[in-house]
Write a protein that binds this ligand. Structure first.
Ligand code: SAM
Ligand code: SF4
Length: 346
C-alpha cells in the first residue's frame, strides 16, 4: 500500500511523503536487503553445514542487470536503503562494478555491504572508490583457533587484516557483527567491547537465531541482549546513544571514554518487528517479507518474461501487503525457515 492510497491526492504536497511505502501495519518500508549469492568461502557452524549445501544454479541467480533494474524501480517507490549480503558477496565476480552502478541510483541514500571480511584486504579500497561508505563485518571470535572452530576455516588473520584495511581506506562506520552463543564465544563479549576503547569500530552483538541449515539451534544457547548488557557493564559505564527508530534495530551505546560504539540487536528477546522497515531479495529473485516467513514473491519470472516496470511495482506492493505483523519465534506457530540464512542474507 502506498501512503498516497490512504490520503486524498489533493493533500499530497510533499513528494517525500507521497513516495513512502507503508505496509498494512503502517510501518514505513524503505530498506531492501539483497543476497547476491548463496555461496560462501566460510562454513560458519550456525549458518551452513561443512558439505552438502544444495546451491542455487547459476542460471537461477539474478544477473547484476536484473538486480539494478529491481532497485531502480523499487527506489522510485520509496526504497532508499540497500544492503548487499549473501552468502559472501565479495566472492561474486564483478561486485565492484555492480556497486558502482547501484551507487549512481539517486534515490538510494544509503548503500552498504555485509561481509565476512576474508577478501576485504583486496577489495576495501575499490569499494570505497566506487561509492560504498559503510560496511558490516561478521566476526565471532578474536582467537585464531576459535575462529577456525566456528567457521571451519583457519582464516582469522585475513579477516583482521581486512578490518585494518577498511579502517585505513576510511570506510565509516565499520560495524563488527558478533553472534554471541552460550558456551562457544560468550567469554569474548568483553574483549570485543574493549576494541571500541581505542578503535573507531561499532561492535554489534546479535542474538543467535534458528536458521535453515545451521547446527541444531537451542533456545538455551542464546545470550539475550539484557544478559549481554550485564557483561558489558564489566568493561565500563554504558552510555545510551539516541537512535532514530527507522535507523535499524540496534540499541546503541558507548562505553564511557570509548571512541567506538556498541550495538545490541535483540532479534529474539525484544523482537523489534514494530519497527521493521525491510524487505529481502533472495539470489534467485524472490522477495521475502520477513527473515522468518517462507512466504516469497517471485520477481525473477517477471523479469525474464518481459514484465514491465509497472508489473515489478505491483509485485513490490503485493509483498508489502503480505508482510507479517511480527515473526513467530516464541509462539506456538514457530518453525525454522526453509531457506538457509546464506540465501536470505541474515
Ligand atoms: N557472509 C556474510 C557475513 O557473514 O557477514 C554475509 C551473509 S551472513 C548470512 C549475514 C549475517 O548473518 C552475519 O553477520 C552472520 O553472522 C549472521 N547470521 C548467520 N546465521 C545466523 C544465526 N543463526 N543467528 C544469528 N545471526 C546469523
Ligand atoms: Fe558464510 Fe556469512 Fe554464513 Fe558465515 S555467516 S557461512 S560467512 S554466509
Amino acid at each position: 500500500m502506498l501512503i498516497s492510497d490512504l490520503i486524498p491526492q489533493s493533500a499530497i504536497h510533499n513528494r517525500k511523503l507521497k513516495d513512502m511505502l507503508l505496509d498494512p501495519f503502517r510501518r514505513k518500508i524503505n530498506y531492501l536487503r539483497i543476497s547476491i549469492t548463496d555461496r560462501c568461502n566460510l562454513r560458519c557452524r550456525y549458518c551452513m553445514p561443512e558439505e552438502g549445501m544444495s546451491l542455487i544454479s547459476h542460471e537461477e541467480i539474478l544477473t547484476y542487470e536484473e538486480i539494478v533494474r529491481i532497485v531502480r524501480v523499487f527506489s522510485r517507490e520509496g526504497i532508499s536503503k540497500v544492503r548487499l549480503t549473501g552468502g559472501e558477496p565479495l566472492i561474486r565476480k564483478g561486485i565492484v562494478n555492480f556497486i558502482s552502478c547501484l551507487s549512481q541510483i539517486e534515490e538510494i541514500k544509503d548503500l552498504s555491504l555485509t561481509t565476512n571480511g576474508i577478501l576485504l584486504k583486496e577489495f576495501a579500497q575499490d569499494l570505497k572508490k566506487v561509492g560504498l561508505k559503510r560496511i558490516n563485518i561478521s566476526l565471532d571470535s578474536l582467537r585464531r583457533e576459535r575462529f577456525h572452530q566456528i567457521t571451519r576455516r583457519d582464516d582469522f588473520e585475513r579477516v583482521w587484516i581486512g578490518i585494518e584495511e577498511a579502517l585505513r581506506v576510511g570506510l565509516s562506520p565499520i560495524k563488527i557483527n558478533m553472534v554471541a552463543i552460550r558456551g562457544l564465544n560468550d567469554d569474548e563479549i568483553e574483549s570485543f567491547a574493549r576494541l571500541t576503547l581505542h578503535l573507531p569500530l561499532t561492535i554489534r552483538y546479535i542474538e543467535y537465531m534458528p536458521s535453515g541449515n545451521g547446527e541444531e539451534w537451542k533456545e538455551s544457547d542464546i545470550l539475550t541482549t539484557p544478559q549481554i548488557r550485564n557483561r558489558l557493564e564489566n568493561v565500563g559505564k554504558l552510555i545510551p546513544i539516541l537512535s532514530d527508530p527507522w535507523d535499524g534495530p540496534a540499541k546503541r551505546f558507548q562505553i564511557e571514554g570509548a571512541i567506538g560504539e556498541i550495538g545490541l540487536i535483540g532479534a529474539i528477546s525484544s523482537h523489534f518487528c514494530d519497527e521493521c522497515n525491510r524487505l529481502r531479495l533472495t539470489p534467485d529473485g524472490k522477495i521475502r517479507t520477513c527473515l522468518f516467513s517462507d512466504e516469497e514473491i517471485d520477481v525473477k519470472e517477471l523479469l525474464r518474461t518481459g514484465g514491465s516496470d509497472l508489473d515489478l511495482k505491483e509485485r513490490l506492493l503485493t509483498a508489502l501487503k503480505k508482510k507479517p505483523e511480527r515473526h513467530p519465534i516464541n509462539t506456538h506457530q514457530f518453525k525454522k525457515c526453509q531457506r538457509n540464512m546464506s540465501a536470505i542474507g541474515g
